[in-house]
Write a protein that binds this ligand. Structure first.
Ligand SMILES: [Zn+2]
Length: 67
């Protein structure tokens, strides 16, 4: 199973994203001291961006934690 490593843009925590994680998936940084909400912008290579916390509550899908 392929896992791609990306860094949290806020705290530089390394996060392992499984191959099945698609664009626009919401993630939560695995660093409990950070906990930033992240959105997958692209795959191969993978880029993530920080999402304002308020923007995640109305989303249909709940954030998942990776790493
Ligand atoms: Zn982080």
């Amino acid at each position: 199973m392929a896992v791609e490593i990306v860094q949290c843009p806020v705290c530089k925590q390394k996060l392992g994203l499984q191959d099945y994680v698609t664009i626009n998936t919401l993630l939560v940084c695995a660093n409990v001291m950070c906990g930033t909400n992240l959105r997958v912008l692209s795959r191969h290579p993978t880029h993530v961006e920080q999402v304002p916390e308020s923007a995640t509550y109305s989303a249909d899908s709940r954030p998942e934690s990776y790493g």
